[in-house]
Write a protein that binds this ligand. Structure first.
Ligand code: AHM
Ligand code: MG
Length: 336
């Protein structure tokens, strides 16, 4: 492959997914269409996020515009954009968003077989200071789209057919798995296209970084406290791990995927189920981590085995490099 070939033969995300889908003879292009609508939402949010710092100047989020209407906050705006993009794809039947209490059942004339669970703009505390934030999504297929109900989406994460996230950072990066490995695409703003830049991502087997909100340490349970202590004071003579914590799940997981290590959002005495939501935070990230050769654990079981009982359920989560997650699993197992 010459450099010229790379520059003139671009592997866009649409082309990539079309190639993948062509391996399935039964595929009729529905997934490609759904994904292109998700991609549109990501591009829109990326543009909005990049302009957010200019809000005061040009009248964006939280300001009143020329028509005297209150402008929408970035997270509300992102939610509306994704819902409209997903419904208009004609390929969805149930949508679950972090922003909406209830699931959205798509009207019959616009229904398709996919259920999409998503957090349109995760990392809300980082919006106003310009630190990386992201969108997370997971996709299920439904056998029967005639009378979809909320129960249809309360499925374990291992039933997902695809999952991904888009990080709005120093560049805009979309990471996707359709169940055959993990691939990363970077938005080329001049083309408005996501181009394959990180083919077949594999997480290092063991990492040198741990990522956790240590401000909660006072309330941690035994195994979490013991694990973090081991990261700082390893008993086997190895070097201590470095601590990195951004406070945006997408950015913390993205770094974990590329560099290796472990991300923890444990349950604690105050919040026994932690903070992160099962359907649209824990499941998609666990799906990606496993597809990249890592592991994801809830403190009790493989995260993707969990069966949620309500839409916005939370769960503790420990995900990352295979060997690092093995260690925390052993600590929880020893506790019994
Ligand atoms: P949000 O949905 O309100 O943005 O909260 C989710 C975020 C995650 O991105 C991140 O991993 C976590 O909250 C950080 O929480 P904390 O501030 O408790 O460390
Ligand atoms: Mg969130």
């Amino acid at each position: 492959h010459s450099a010229d070939a790379l520059r003139t033969d671009l592997m866009t995300i649409t082309r990539f997914v079309l190639n993948e889908q062509s391996k399935h003879p039964e595929s009729r292009g529905d997934f490609t269409i759904l994904l292109s609508h998700i991609v549109l939402g990501c591009k829109f949010v990326c543009t909005a996020v990049n302009k957010a710092g200019l809000a005061k100047l040009i009248g964006l989020a939280g300001e009143t515009n020329v028509q005297g209407e209150e402008q929408k906050k970035l997270d509300v705006l992102s939610n509306e954009v994704f819902i409209k993009a997903l419904v208009s794809s004609g390929r969805t039947c149930i949508l679950v968003s972090e922003e909406d209490e209830d699931a959205i059942i798509v009207e019959p004339s616009k229904r398709g077989k996919y259920c999409v669970v998503f957090d349109p703009l995760d990392g809300s505390s980082n919006i106003d200071c310009g630190v990386s934030i992201g969108t997370i999504f997971g996709i299920y297929t439904l056998a029967d789209v005639h009378e979809p109900t909320v129960e249809d989406v309360l499925l374990p994460g291992k039933k997902m057919v695809a999952a991904g996230y888009c990080m709005y950072g120093s560049s805009c990066t979309l990471v996707l798995s359709t169940g055959a490995g993990v691939n990363g695409f970077t938005l080329d703003p001049s083309l408005g296209e996501f181009i394959l830049t990180h083919p077949d991502i594999k997480i290092p087997k063991k990492g040198k970084i741990y990522s956790v909100n240590e401000g909660n340490a006072k309330n941690w349970d035994g195994p979490t406290a013991a694990y973090v202590e081991k990261c700082k004071f390893p008993e086997d003579g190895s070097s201590p791990k470095s601590l990195r914590y951004i406070g945006s799940m997408v950015a913390d997981v993205h770094r974990t995927l590329l560099y290796g290590g472990i991300f923890l959002y444990p349950g604690d005495k105050k919040n026994p189920n932690g903070k992160l939501r099962v359907l649209y935070e824990v499941f998609p990230m666990s799906f990606l981590l496993e597809q990249a050769g890592g592991q994801s654990f809830t403190g009790k079981e493989r995260a993707l085995d969990l069966v949620p009982t309500k839409l916005h359920e939370r769960s503790p989560i420990f995900l990352g490099s295979y060997d690092d997650v093995e260690e925390i699993k052993a600590l929880y197992a020893a506790e019994g």
